[in-house]
Ligand binder design. Structure first.
Ligand SMILES: [Zn+2]
Length: 297
């Protein structure tokens, strides 16, 4: 129970002012507590910790919420938090994820794909740092490599589309000039009317075909240019994170589109699990970085 949170400055004044917290009259234990003192203290200290660590963090749940998918079945990962008590009395919160499909339907649906949030944070931080260092080392080259691989995936090349677009546009201009000349020749009597008819039709057919193909070509060139811009944008953003040591929701939001969690494999006492980070703008670029590493080494 707290009283005296505000008061007048003097008996002559009627204006209420807020008093300093130290001046409040506080009487502990006047009410039956709704939650135990112990739980309250734990919650408060957790809150303090969270606020200090990352202002953007959620009040509950994981910073990865909504980002994780099972690599095998594509289901969203299910979040699980568990407070464990140790023999010496201290407790710790374990945050983990499992495949949502497995969580719902069990072994027949998928493997468990379980991973602790702590472990995932380390893996993702390392992934970000690795890519950031490549970008920092030679940004242009990395962006070019990303474009090359993306074009390969789409079986397309900006250069060839640009060339085709140029050729088509110049052929259209050429045909229009031919038609104009043909018309003048007909008027001066150089070309007989029947020849004029045939040729004019031929030119017009080709011109119409080429003109119809233009929008699609332009669209392809635009799309490919976007791939380049996005590779540039991503390399520009990621290279600021070479020394990143802490992860929060804001950083994940800025950088990551989704993360795929592979099945855990055991090698003796070590658990190994494939984590694939898909970044905003460029998706997964592990192949690019691996290839670069191989060429450099
Ligand atoms: Zn699954």
């Amino acid at each position: 129970m707290v009283q005296g949170k505000s008061g007048t400055l003097s008996y002559k004044s009627r204006k209420l002012v807020a008093k300093d917290k130290s001046e409040w009259i506080r009487v502990e234990g006047t009410h039956e507590p709704i939650i135990s003192r112990e739980i309250w203290d734990t919650v408060v200290s957790l809150d303090m910790k969270r606020v200090r660590k990352s202002p953007a963090a959620k009040t509950d749940g994981s910073i990865f919420s909504g980002l994780l998918y099972c690599a095998d079945c594509g289901f969203k990962m299910r979040y699980h938090a568990e407070r464990r008590k140790y023999s010496d009395g201290h407790t710790a919160l374990f945050k983990s994820f499992i495949c949502g499909n497995y969580g719902r339907s069990g072994k027949t649906a998928c493997f468990i794909h379980s991973i602790y949030e702590d472990a995932l944070i380390e893996v993702v931080l390392q992934d970000i740092r690795e890519k950031a260092r490549y970008a920092e080392y030679d940004r242009e080259r990395l962006a070019a490599q990303i474009v090359r691989i993306k074009e390969k995936e789409k079986h397309s090349r900006l250069a060839s589309y640009e060339q085709e677009l140029k050729a088509t546009a110049s052929r259209i201009t050429e045909l229009e000039k031919l038609m104009q000349n043909l018309y003048e020749d007909k008027c001066t009597g150089v070309v007989p009317p029947t020849v004029f008819q045939t040729l004019m039709q031929k030119y017009e057919t080709e011109r119409a075909q080429k003109a119809a193909a233009l929008p699609e070509l332009e669209q392809k060139v635009r799309t490919q240019l976007e791939v380049r811009q996005e590779a540039d944008r991503w390399t520009d953003i990621i290279r600021r994170y070479t020394e990143i040591t802490e992860l929060d929701e804001a950083i994940l939001f800025a950088l990551v589109d989704r993360i795929e969690i592979g099945e855990t494999k055991r090698f003796g006492t070590t658990r190994v699990c494939d984590v694939k980070v898909f970044y905003r703008y460029v998706g997964n670029v592990d192949d690019v970085v691996t290839q670069e590493g191989r060429e450099a080494g």
